[in-house]
Write a protein that binds this ligand. Structure first.
Ligand code: GTP
Ligand code: NA
Ligand code: MG
Length: 278
């Protein structure tokens, strides 16, 4: 396609959170999100969209708010790769559990680097060394133990260590040199979608290349439509969305599936023909 390497620019990392049941994934996501929200924006935040961006030191990080396993299995089954970094949450009082191991396997299969968040450090029986010890069996050896895995002690509940996590994400993503073409044909992945009573089919998409604009004709999985409106992760109407930006789009004729790829077409007739063939 019209991939001109000269048009490539830096893009923000896309991060998913994985880990065993009740180890604190949702609490951590919510804590990170709310620390980066100004009071005036708080109202918009209650509106849930399946991904959000935070900013630290002038750099953005995109978090996918979907269950990590679903993000990996559904999306990878469809050939989509949306994650750059996985945060593996392990409760310091519980240690490595079956879904911890599953998460490691998913990330390894997708070749996605892992940062370990040792959570619940506020608990009396927190034992971060045990977590480190147990994870060595799965090839995750802490830097301080001579390996190359970053471990960050956190308390999602008390909101301790959140900045450290964000800084480590930036560190890892700098090495990755993530790039996207802001001028290329807009395409990306559907993160989640639903039929909204008032608004019709609503899809949260992650733009991965190009700039998606209101008025664009989009094919997503087996549906298509003209983008009627876009809403960002703060509940604001926006007119365009660039790489690594999560956005809700309205105007599709039907509800696509999570993991569906979307792409913009110049011509509505071509788009509808393409969809008919699928
Ligand atoms: P699932 O989505 O069900 O897999 O769970 P989860 O990993 O999203 O865990 P969740 O965030 O729902 O937290 C589970 C429980 O642990 C809740 O009662 C949280 O309040 C608690 N919890 C989460 N983080 C911390 C923490 O840092 N310290 C303490 N003490 N409790 C925490
Ligand atoms: Na839970
Ligand atoms: Mg949860």
């Amino acid at each position: 396609e019209e991939e001109n390497p000269e048009n490539l620019s830096e893009r923000s990392p896309i991060v998913t959170i994985m880990g065993h049941v009740d180890h604190g994934k949702t609490t951590l996501l919510d804590a990170i999100r709310s620390t980066n929200v100004t009071a005036s924006e708080a109202g918009g935040i209650t509106q849930h969209i399946g991904a959000y961006q935070v900013e630290i030191k002038g750099k953005k990080i995109t978090f996918l708010d979907t269950p990590g396993h679903a993000a990996f299995t559904t999306m990878r089954a469809r050939g989509a790769q949306v994650t750059d970094i996985t945060i593996l949450v392990v409760a310091a009082d519980d240690g490595v559990m079956p879904q911890t191991v599953e998460a490691i396997n998913h990330a390894k299969a997708a070749n996605v680097p892992i940062i370990v968040a040792v959570n619940k450090m506020d608990k009396e029986n927190a034992n971060p060394d045990r977590v480190k010890q147990e994870l060595t069996e799965y090839g995750l050896v802490a830097e301080e133990w001579g390996g190359d895995t970053i471990f960050v002690p956190v308390s999602a509940l008390k909101r301790d260590g959140l900045e450290d996590i964000l800084e480590m994400i930036l560190l890892v993503s700098e090495v990755q040199e993530l790039k996207a073409n802001t001028d290329g044909r807009p395409r990306g992945t559907v993160i989640e979608a639903e039929l909204d009573k008032g608004r019709g089919p609503v899809a949260t998409v992650l733009v991965q290349n190009g700039t998606l604009r209101v008025g664009d004709i989009v094919v997503a999985g087996t549906t298509y439509g003209k983008v009627r409106a876009m809403v960002n992760d703060r509940g604001r109407r926006i007119k365009e969305a660039g790489p690594a930006m999560p956005v809700e789009i309205l105007g599709l004729s039907d509800v696509p599936s999570a993991g569906d790829l979307f792409v913009v077409y110049d011509d509505e007739r071509k788009a509808s023909k393409l969809v008919d063939k699928r």
